[in-house]
Design a protein around this ligand. Structure first.
Ligand SMILES: [Zn+2]
Length: 490
């Protein structure tokens, strides 16, 4: 109650002093470093059994030893299947092994961890943990590394959380973390960069605590509106084809285009690929429902955190497939709270943050194939999240396509929001003036030392609310060259 009264008083004071506050914040920002908090995405930091003890054992991502043990146990059933063609028997023998890969990270019917599992945390500034942040040059690692270079030691922080659990609880932890950063640095505002799933956690935080502690919020390829493939899989929509599997797999390497094209062409024509594709399609038809019910629902369906990935379109249907109204009453209460008071209210929450004086920037990557296991596989994607969702509503052509000939921008706001490559109409976004699109950049990538990292730092150091017309280097639609690490306007 005290907290409610306090936030009401704070909100009133902020509203009444909106203009002078904005002025003093930008004046203060000049020449003074504002600390950055990067909010991690899904599974960037591993989960451990008995974390923070010498016996800590990694449980997610599952260790390669555990995966090898259970995958090798599939060989015999697969060999038997090649003789019998008995799909039920294959499911009987294989599904328990698939589920066992994840058995240490299970949640119970209420959405709480079964075992004593936790995540590594980073309470000091990120420069204390550079061994961790230099493990990869991309994603959150590269972002933090570039930020430490730019802002200096003691000014960059990294928030991690157990992604399986309730995002509304993570919101409380994030609030504590931000208070601690303010105390450690002696600053009254921070810049917050939400990466991928971190966008959902950040919105939960804003819904509870408002944006009075934030100077700037960067939404970096976030899942704040969910991810189609998760919603579709919970609804048992399995579908694939070998061409897309090949295209999806080949987008991760950085080989020369001619080698890639020759190889993909060869693979797409080979009879081995055809047989594998045939097997996968038949398996999803015969065993898809059982894999869902025996592996996916018991493992991921019981994790409240995983439900942030279910888009609104699929949410109620997915619940009816995955959960039991009585047995999972408590879990349903948790996921409904996030879904209906955060995901569905995202635009309102972000608008309110801007009204409180917080700069907002939304970054979206596209031009990649999404995970090829459902009918959503041809959606314009950053290889994980659909562009239409991470952008908060852009109209996007399917992969390999452009918008129809003669397509006219849906909302006429007096600006041109159609991408020069004809693939995106940004006029329908929640915030079309402050949403940037980078083609051919993978989900979160922005590698350390490249133009992408400079682009991120432009937002981190922004002293005012830029829009897509503020700087000719960074218009609404950009393109990225993976081989040269060059980022340029389309
Ligand atoms: Zn406009």
């Amino acid at each position: 109650m005290a907290k409610k009264i306090l936030s009401f008083v704070l909100a009133t004071v902020l509203l009444m002093s909106c203009i002078p506050l904005t002025f003093s914040a930008s004046a203060k920002g000049k020449g003074e470093t504002v600390p950055l908090v990067v909010v991690s995405g899904f599974a960037t930091v591993p989960l451990y059994l008995h974390a923070d003890t010498p016996e800590a054992e990694q449980v997610f991502a599952p260790s390669s030893k555990r995966i090898a043990k259970h995958v090798s146990a599939l060989l015999l059933p697969l060999m038997r299947f090649s003789v019998t063609n008995d799909w039920d028997r294959l499911a009987d023998e294989a599904n328990p092994h698939l589920a066992a890969i994840f058995e240490q990270s299970l949640c119970d019917e209420n959405g709480n961890s079964v075992l004593d599992v936790g995540v590594r945390t980073f309470p000091e500034s990120a420069d204390h943990y550079m061994d961790f942040f230099t493990q990869d040059e991309r994603d959150e690692h590269g972002f933090v590394h570039a930020a430490v270079d730019k802002l200096g030691e003691g000014n960059v922080f990294f928030f991690s959380y157990d992604w399986r659990l309730d995002p509304m609880d993570h919101a409380d932890a994030l609030n504590k973390f931000i208070r601690n950063v303010k105390k450690q640095t002696g600053k009254d505002k921070i810049v917050l960069a939400a990466c991928s799933m971190g966008g959902a956690i950040t919105l939960a935080y804003l819904s509870k605590y408002g944006a009075s502690d934030l100077k700037t919020l960067i939404m970096d390829n976030t899942a704040f509106q969910g991810i189609s493939v998760v919603g579709r899989m919970f609804c048992q929509d399995y579908d694939t084809d070998t061409d897309t599997i090949i295209d999806y797999s080949f987008q991760f390497g950085s080989m020369a285009p001619w080698i890639k094209n020759t190889l993909t062409k060869y693979l797409k024509r080979s009879c081995l690929t055809e047989r594998l594709g045939d097997f996968l399609i038949k398996m999803s038809a015969h065993n898809g429902k059982r894999i869902a019910e025996e592996v996916m629902y018991p493992v991921f369906g019981k994790m409240p955190g995983f439900w942030v990935f279910v888009p609104d379109k699929d949410y109620e249907t997915a619940k009816s497939y995955v959960l039991d109204k009585e047995k999972n009453e408590e879990l349903i209460r948790k996921i409904d709270r996030y879904h209906y008071s955060v995901q569905k209210k995202a635009k309102k929450i972000l608008k309110k943050a801007m009204n409180e004086g917080c700069n907002l920037f939304i970054l979206v990557n596209y031009g990649k194939y999404g995970i090829p296991v459902s009918t959503a596989r041809m959606n314009c994607n950053d290889y994980l999240i659909d562009t239409s969702l991470s952008s908060g509503g852009a109209v996007c052509a399917s992969n390999g396509q452009t918008l129809p000939k003669g397509y006219v921008q849906k909302v006429d706001c007096g600006h041109d929001h159609l991408s020069p490559d004809g693939r995106i109409d940004a006029s329908t976004c929640m915030f079309p003036e402050i949403t940037w699109f980078v083609r051919d950049m993978g989900h979160l990538d922005y590698p350390y030392g490249g133009d992408g990292a400079d682009f991120l730092m432009w937002f981190v150091c922004a002293n005012k609310q830029y829009n897509v017309r503020s700087d000719p280097r960074y218009p609404q639609f950009l393109k990225y060259d993976k081989l040269t690490k060059k980022l340029s306007p389309q």
